[in-house]
Design a protein around this ligand. Structure first.
Ligand code: IMP
Length: 436
């Protein structure tokens, strides 16, 4: 059975969790491959809402083994908090089904302090990070001075590594940023407790996943963030510090490309972004409120991790084409179509105007991107409530046209359309030939 990969096609928050959840029902293992607790996935099961930051959404399904891959940076305090919250609701989070790669790097309070200090120093030019210590943890990893989860099984070495790590970072915190130092002894004591708790969960994730795939089991790689937050392919430097794209799934799990089956790009029916950086289709005023919601509903556009109001705008097909190319999407899952119901017209961005010239690509330079004006095609809206639609034929004709337009423009089939936050509120359109 193949490795299927779920990827965010925009700036994160596309609704990947619900598709992971949907696919996890038939999947033997679900693995996170990049990022850390900067991610936030909301999964609705009946009346219950689960908010997860680190543990794969697949944990909700009894059958799935859940894996934290080597590409993840893991905050053990957050991980344990999520384990406990899930256990309280009767979810099995034992070492038999929840596994951590020995090679994944751990986040410490020094990383959190550095993230905050750096953002404060940047002032108005800040990245707008989630302040979860993600960037500093990856800096240590790439700088070859990080601490890996494997040390949870070696308490003395772990304590030594923590002391050395905090001492080094305290110099930067106090001398460069004028910030408070972190208490190494307290951190070492906390991490000794975390290590004892998490050591039974350690595994060689690459070997585990390879064995599963060779045994005919299916594995789902659960993407976090999105293509435009990718360290290489996103809006650098307003990006996260990892590769949340399809290539990152392979290096972040230790699985080769021959094993890949589907690469599903999850794309919202409009666009949102949290944090700073360019956003050519950004709307303000009434349109923004209409797309964002007021925050009264859990699915309104406010960050799961930070609670920040997301910036919003119409769907950007220049971005979707860029994402489809970089990730080799086999198909797209379109989310939140229901939010567009009731609009008379729906603009979609098909190109940019840069210095008077129309371009159909996403510029590499932020400076150019900042000067890009969206070129919109305007499609007819629909007035019907689509939240009860379950088949293609149930959808209003204008909604069908909207879906078809997107698939044709991205030259990628659309397999699912979500029409509400509930588990069942998905229309499977994979049998419809949208590319015609
Ligand atoms: P960091 O990942 O916390 O370093 O934040 C870097 C950028 O990525 C900021 O603009 C964050 O708002 C954004 N970001 C990180 N994780 C997510 C996510 O899961 N959804 C949306 N944006 C994210």
């Amino acid at each position: 059975m193949p490795l299927n990969i779920i990827i965010g096609a925009q700036w994160g928050d596309e609704g990947k969790g619900r598709f992971t959840d949907l696919m996890a029902a038939d999947t033997d293992a679900v693995a996170r491959f990049s990022g850390g607790d900067n991610a936030g996935h909301t999964v609705t099961v009946g009346d219950e809402i689960f908010k997860l930051h680190l543990i794969p959404s697949g944990i909700i399904h009894e059958k799935a083994t859940c894996v934290i891959g080597n590409g993840v940076v893991m905050n053990p305090a957050v991980f344990i908090r999520e384990m406990d919250a899930l256990a309280e609701r009767g979810v099995d989070v034992g070492p038999g089904r929840l596994k951590i790669s020995r090679a994944c790097h751990i986040i410490t309070p020094a990383h959190l302090a550095l993230d905050k200090a750096k953002e404060m120093q940047l002032g108005t030019g800040k990245i707008g990070t989630t302040l979860r210590g993600i960037g500093p943890a990856y800096m240590d990893k790439i700088g070859r001075s990080g601490i890996r989860a494997g040390l949870f099984a070696h308490p003395e070495e772990l304590a030594e590594a923590i002391h050395a790590h905090i001492e080094t970072h305290n110099k930067t915190l106090t001398k460069i940023y004028g910030a408070e130092p972190v208490d190494a002894t307290a951190v070492a004591a906390d991490y000794a407790r975390y290590a004892q708790r998490l050591a039974p969960h350690l595994t060689d994730a690459s070997v585990l996943l390879d064995k599963s795939l060779r045994a005919g089991l299916s594995v789902l790689a659960e993407g976090a963030q999105g293509t435009f937050l990718d360290i290489d392919h996103g809006t650098y430097p307003f990006v996260t510090s990892s590769s949340p794209t399809a290539g990152g799934a392979l290096t972040g799990l230790g699985v080769g490309p021959k094993m890949v089956g589907r690469v599903i790009g999850v794309c919202k029916a409009f666009t949102s972004r949290v944090g700073s950086g360019p956003f050519p289709c950004e709307s303000d005023g009434e349109t923004a409120v209409r797309l964002r919601g007021t925050g009264a509903n859990p699915w309104d556009e406010f960050g799961t991790t930070t609670g920040r109001a997301r910036r919003v705008g119409w769907l950007d097909l220049v971005m979707l084409r860029h994402a489809s190319r970089i990730n080799s999407f086999t198909d797209i899952a379109l989310t939140k179509l229901d939010i567009l119901s009731g609009l008379a017209e729906i603009p979609v961005c098909v190109a940019y105007k840069l210095d008077g010239e129309v371009i159909d690509y996403f510029p590499y330079s932020l400076e150019e991107l900042g000067r890009c004006e969206p070129v919109f095609d305007v499609l007819a809206g629909w007035q019907e409530d689509v939240t009860g639609c379950r088949t293609w034929d149930d959808l209003p004709q204008a909604a069908q046209k909207y879906i078809e337009y997107i698939a044709k423009d991205a030259q990628t089939p659309i397999s699912y359309v979500s029409v509400g936050p509930g588990r069942a509120q998905v229309v499977d359109v994979s049998a419809v030939n949208l590319l015609g």
